[in-house]
Design a protein around this ligand. Structure first.
Ligand SMILES: Cc1cc2nc3c(=O)[nH]c(=O)nc-3n(C[C@H](O)[C@H](O)[C@H](O)COP(=O)(O)OP(=O)(O)OC[C@H]3O[C@@H](n4cnc5c(N)ncnc54)[C@H](O)[C@@H]3O)c2cc1C
Length: 508
């Protein structure tokens, strides 16, 4: 398979940055697919005198390992890393040659603490824009720690394997032959799942004045406001960024007409790091108690003490779980009509869910898009009557009741939805550009059930200062009973909770 001139030109520039010799250990046979990989690998090897080509036998054929002579980097590409994965290949070539990956010292240290062998395998498609983040994170882990290996498997070339494993979404990661995770993941997400941290490191910390739990917009804002008061501030987060990391285009942060989720949260994280905030990532809070201090117990057993806590653990959209939902998330499967509705102007969309949020979404969308189909599982809509009447009055809305969504279909983005009439069991397919899933939000408050007052929906009940039912414990953002859930609203409530916590500290 010949590289086109433009790609070759780009690659040639990167290859001048190779620091040490590398070897492409390639496993081939007589198949057509092997022929393509042979052409691809030999063409790259011929472009730099720092790259050697060697034929070997690997677990999968065709595949190739990017490694240093006499060493084992553990990084294998099974199939052709073209499309979105081409960048993953370039980064692997550079990193294996000795260029340091662009991650924090803390992440490097955490990767190096892993002692047990971990063999990751990631199934990708070349048009999946979430896949390279996962492939690159696992390649970095592999390059920095010899006990870790990672194979990217291009689903198109390994169809039988994909079918046998019934993989319906990419990226899908296996660890030591067992399903590990599917969907978008950051390096921190992966580390949180595999690194067992030393609890004594946390327990030894001096009590905080304010400890924030959660690293989304609410937690970040609370930490900045607290730190700006000059008090000892900590921030504990499973992963920094929260739901915003799942958002491609954001157009409603006032003063910033357009940004993208990961870019926006990277600048928020940089802002937090400008202050003396003790950021503890890849950790989950499991329990909170009021003793002499407020005590937050982590899942690893460590206990952090603080004079005041701010809980900002956010929420997650409830998923339908049907095939296609995870695969096309942010590629036509959307959860936020305020945010993503305008992107579907003039197109046909569906809304799954006939409760208040689903019907409100359908009403909003009807003003923006060409046509809306609303699907409700039960024989009747559950939304308030007034909303139902408004919906029924709209000319460009079709309401389907007593139907079960079976699959969201698409190629590189959503192109339709298959549903079953629950009475007749007939299946139908409708062509669409987008599907809005509106079957509710789930607050991340399961760990607080017996300790704080929660609403019927499981949201933390707060007053106008963000104070919860436990003295010294405040909450902000999507995990609370605030009426609306948006980035600027959670940032505002994070600021409120930090100011509330500061007031509490000076009064107690
Ligand atoms: C796909 C999508 C698109 C969206 N688009 C927009 C948009 O365009 N504009 C807009 O204004 N809003 C949008 N929203 C809504 C917006 O993202 C949320 O309102 C906002 O992120 C809420 O912030 P938060 O800090 O309260 O919670 P989250 O963002 O949910 O962050 C929660 C944080 O808590 C951490 N955490 C959770 N449990 C624990 C635990 N037990 N221990 C430690 N840490 C924990 C998480 O790792 C995370 O860091 C969108 C949401 C989604 C899902």
């Amino acid at each position: 398979m010949a590289l086109d001139a433009e790609v070759k030109g780009q690659l040639a520039q990167y290859l001048t940055m190779l620091e040490n010799p590398i070897v492409l250990e390639t496993s081939l046979n007589d198949s057509e697919a092997s022929g393509k990989v042979r052409d691809f690998v030999t063409e790259i090897a011929e472009m730099s005198d720092k790259i050697a080509f060697k034929e070997v036998t690997l677990k999968r054929t065709p595949s190739f390992k990017v490694t240093r002579p006499g060493e084992d980097s553990g990084i294998v590409f099974a199939g052709l890393p073209m499309g979105h994965e081409f960048t993953s290949l370039i980064m692997a070539l550079l990193q294996v040659s000795g260029r340091a990956p662009k991650i924090s010292d803390e992440q490097v240290a955490l990767i190096k603490t892993i002692k047990q062998p971990l063999a990751f395998e990631t199934y990708v498609s070349l048009t999946c824009h979430n896949c390279p983040d996962v492939v690159q994170a696992l390649n970095i882990m592999s390059v920095l720690n010899p006990t870790i290996s990672h194979t990217m498997i291009e689903g198109g070339m390994f169809k039988a394997e994909v079918e046998e494993k019934e993989i319906l979404a990419v990226p899908t990661v296996y660890l030591d032959g067992e399903f590990f995770e599917s969907g978008r993941m950051t390096l921190d997400d992966i580390l949180a799942k595999v690194v067992t941290s030393d609890p004594s490191e946390f327990t030894a910390k001096e009590p905080f004045d304010v400890l924030v739990v959660g690293g989304g917009p609410a937690g970040a804002s609370a930490a900045i406001y607290a730190a700006r008061k000059g008090i000892r501030t900590g921030l504990l987060a499973e992963t920094f960024g929260g739901q915003v990391m799942e958002t491609l285009g954001i157009e409603n942060i006032i003063g910033t007409p357009y940004t993208e989720g990961p870019k926006f949260m990277a600048s928020v994280e940089e802002h937090v790091n400008q202050y003396e905030v003790d950021v503890m990532k890849a950790q989950r809070a499991a329990k909170i108690e009021k003793k002499e201090f407020v005590e937050v117990t982590l899942e690893n057993g460590a206990v952090l003490q603080t004079k005041a806590a701010i809980l900002a653990t956010g929420a997650r959209w409830r998923n339908t779980g049907v095939p296609g939902e995870a695969e096309f998330k942010t590629k036509g499967v959307a959860y936020c009509p305020h945010c993503d509705g305008p992107l579907f102007a003039g197109k046909d969309v569906a809304v799954i869910g006939g409760g208040n949020s689903g019907v409100e979404a359908a009403i909003d969308l009807a003003g923006l898009v060409k046509h809306v189909t609303l699907l409700e599982f039960l024989p009747e809509l559950k939304a308030d009557q007034v909303l139902q009447e408004r919906l029924a009055s709209l000319p460009n809305v079709t309401i389907l009741k007593n139907v079960a969504t079976k699959e969201i279909t698409g190629d590189t983005k959503v192109n339709g939805l298959t549903y079953m009439n629950r009475e007749t069991e007939d299946e139908h397919h409708i062509e669409l550009a987008g599907v809005f899933v509106q079957i509710g939000l789930v607050p991340n408050t399961d760990w607080l059930k017996d300790t704080l007052e929660l609403s019927r929906m499981g949201e933390i009940v707060v007053d106008k200062r963000g104070q919860t039912s436990m003295a010294g414990v405040f909450a902000a953002g999507d995990c609370t009973d605030s009426a609306y859930k948006q980035i600027i609203i959670s940032m505002g409530s994070g600021a409120t909770a930090a100011l509330g916590a500061f007031d509490h500290l000076i009064r107690s």
